[in-house]
Design a protein around this ligand. Structure first.
Ligand code: CTP
Length: 397
């Protein structure tokens, strides 16, 4: 998500500095190169050793260290974004007045990259007119502000002033600085996850789909500039970026309705959900009791969403399905491509342990109705999602 992006994280003296540790981890995990610079007060709250270990870079904290001069001008030029999180009341005041009594402030004043601020302070400090006026000033200089949250504060009070959570900060950076535009203006519909077909108020028929591939695709399309609508079955671990429209559904019928409603307005639809093929004929109003030695279920076919969209698809729409096969894979995938009138079928094989449900990697072959065949080596689902987006992008102009 942030591969190749350079983020300079400024940390100031605030209890919320502990969140900088999580933030560094999150940014590095998202692929960013992170360098940290601390004010002297920040070192009372978080250890430079932890930050340097997690960021894999030495932590900067003084203008001259052991006889060497820290080149503050080059730091602000190195970074794609300078993020100050947490921003204390004191550093905010110094920034508002152009003071320069530590390395962080020197870098800030010489930074040519965008600067993003995530303040953290107690509610009464946050609401003080001096803070308000300092904030207005630094915003008027062109700095961007990530709003504080409401919640429990270090003082034990409850109110405004909590620093935004690391995940929210990551999302802010992605949405505001690192989103491409190759698919700008395109509307994309994605389905993801399993469906749950209820038997009674407490039981359902489901499957092992984690939703990871669909969510990775939604993020990759969004990061390429598209407007994304993600229709997701029940998933636990995955998350989508702020800015992606999320419709949560349970059953195949609900997923069908959400897709049908949106499809006429869609340029590209990629159906990655593992939709149940059958559902109970009736949902029992009460919990089914254990009466006999066996229990027969009467199941009826669900609507095939991909096939239904294939029937109504216009020539200028791209429709892509997945095929999960355990045998005669290529043949089955090509049959699905034709019978569902899709433009592409992405085949993933359950025979490969690095592909399919639950795992973070996938191995796929993409078959086009134009006779094309693209094979991809095993790779993380996040990376594969970008390959799929790039392939479809060349077909959808
Ligand atoms: N699909 C769908 N609606 C269904 C069933 C499947 O939209 N009711 C979509 C899936 O999201 C996937 C593609 O159809 O993109 C193929 O799904 P898959 O389960 O591999 O195939 P099925 O059509 O269900 O056929 P089978 O289970 O017999 O292989």
């Amino acid at each position: 998500m942030l591969k190749g992006k350079k983020i300079l994280l400024g940390i100031t003296g605030s209890i919320a500095a502990y969140k900088a540790i999580l933030l560094v981890r999150l940014l590095v995990k998202a692929g960013a190169e992170v360098k940290c610079v601390m004010t002297p007060a920040a070192k009372d709250f978080v250890s430079p050793l932890v930050l340097s270990t997690l960021s894999k870079n030495s932590v900067l904290h003084s203008i001259a260290d052991e006889g060497t001069w820290a080149n503050h001008v080059m730091m602000g030029r190195w970074a794609d974004v300078m993020l100050i999180a947490p921003l204390s009341c004191n550093t905010l005041a110094k920034m508002a007045n152009g003071q320069c009594d530590n390395l962080l402030l020197a870098i800030y004043l010489s930074a040519t990259c965008p600067v993003v601020l995530a303040p953290a302070m107690d509610e009464d400090m946050w609401h003080h007119p001096a803070t308000k006026s300092n904030l207005d000033k630094v915003i008027s200089y062109g700095n961007k502000l990530i709003p504080v949250n409401n919640g429990e504060l270090a003082s034990g009070l409850y109110g405004e002033g909590r620093m935004a959570e690391p995940e929210e900060i990551l999302q802010y950076l992605v949405a505001n600085f690192f989103r491409g535009n190759s698919l700008q203006g395109k509307k994309v519909l994605i389905t993801a996850g399993p469906t749950y077909e209820h038997l009674d108020p407490v039981r359902f028929i489901g499957n092992h789909s984690s939703g990871k591939m669909g969510y990775a695709l939604a993020n990759a399309f969004f990061l390429s500039g598209a407007d994304v609508h993600l229709v997701s079955g029940p998933v636990s671990v995955t998350h989508s970026l702020t800015g992606i429209r999320l419709t949560q559904v349970q059953s195949a019928e609900e997923m069908y309705n959400a897709c049908m409603q949106d499809f006429s307005n869609t340029d590209i639809a990629v159906l990655a959900a593992a939709v149940a093929d059958y559902r109970p004929g009736e949902i029992a109003a009460q919990k089914i009791k254990k009466t006999g030695d066996t229990l027969d279920l009467h199941l009826v076919k669900t609507k095939d969403i991909l096939k239904s969209l294939g029937e109504i698809k216009r020539d200028n729409q791209l429709l892509v399905g997945f095929a999960l096969e355990t045998n005669d894979e290529e043949n089955n995938a090509l049959k699905k491509l034709a019978s569902k009138k899709a433009d592409y079928i992405i085949l993933n094989s359950l025979q490969n342990k690095q592909a399919g449900f639950g795992v973070d990697t996938n191995v796929v072959t993409i078959y086009g109705k134009d006779g094309s065949k693209h094979s991809f080596d095993v790779k993380p689902k996040d990376d594969l999602a970008f390959d799929i987006v790039n392939l479809l992008n060349t077909k959808q102009q």
